[in-house]
Design a protein around this ligand. Structure first.
Ligand SMILES: *Cc1c(COP(=O)(O)O)cnc(C)c1O
Length: 248
């Protein structure tokens, strides 16, 4: 099977599993957005996914996102002009403040806001460009030392501390749950995310408009959907194993 065929088949498989998890939870599959995590995969793989109707992608590094966006758009203008400009890029990796400027206006959603400083830089750079940037707060739901993210018991206060930033809009929460082989073991974390989501949603600060709960990856997206995820981020399940080379 060619790479293109494999990606198409994997997408069909993941979509069917999303639909059945949604049905199981009494939800509509249209209410769940699949983000294809294309990090470390070439633009050609993204193009294969696009030709199979996948238009939302997730990337972890600013440079890689910007370069891929340019090559994919060039390809689409040439080969599929009706799709050009329609691809949405999500930034899901750890974001350094000195990279923010390049990213503003290039992503539909920044999933990984985990500090006051980062939120403040996103706000400032957005103001300069005259845009409002949609963000998610990244929560370290397992309270793991190795992970980025806000501690769960500080999340509500943190959201509140951003209330004066008028060029960001807090659209929801994101987490990378502790990785384990048993998808069920992350379920309690997903439940806890949902509770935090509801708590923050009840704040009526002007820049809070909660409608996104980004959780669940290749190994655990079904449990995440059953617990209320609106966005799942699936990489390996679509593109196969990644070659990290000297990155980690
Ligand atoms: C890489 C990555 C994913 C995708 O992980 P898979 O296990 O390959 O599905 C999702 N979210 C984040 C934040 C990632 O860094």
């Amino acid at each position: 099977m060619s790479v293109q065929e494999t990606i198409a088949q994997n997408l069909d498989d993941i979509r069917a599993r999303i639909a059945s998890a949604a049905e199981h939870a009494g939800r509509k599959s249209e209410d769940i957005t699949l983000i294809a995590v294309s990090k470390l995969n070439p633009a050609e793989s993204v193009e294969a996914a696009i030709s199979h109707d996948q238009l939302e992608f997730g990337e972890n590094w600013v440079k890689e996102l910007l370069e891929k966006e340019v090559s994919v758009e060039e390809y689409l203008k040439e080969n599929s002009p009706e799709t050009a400009g329609k691809v949405k890029w999500h930034f899901i990796g750890h974001l350094q403040t000195n990279k923010v400027k390049q990213l503003i206006g290039k992503t539909v959603l920044i999933h990984s806001v985990d500090s006051f400083k980062l939120a403040s830089v996103i706000d400032t750079e957005s103001k300069k460009k005259g845009v409002v940037t949609d963000i998610l707060l990244e929560i370290n739901i397992g309270d793991e030392e190795s992970k980025y993210g806000i501690k769960p018991d500080e999340a509500v206060c943190f959201a509140d501390s951003l209330r004066d930033f008028s060029n960001i809009r807090i659209r929801g929460l994101m987490t990378v749950a502790p990785i384990c082989d048993d998808p069920e073991s992350n379920r309690p974390y997903f439940k806890k995310m949902r509770e935090l989501f509801v708590d923050i949603k009840s704040k009526n600060n002007d820049n809070i408009s909660m409608d996104v709960l980004s959780m669940g990856m290749t190994l655990d997206f079904e449990a995440a959907i059953e617990e209320g995820a609106t966005h799942v981020r699936v990489g390996t399940g679509i593109f196969g194993a990644r070659d990290y080379g000297n990155r980690s």
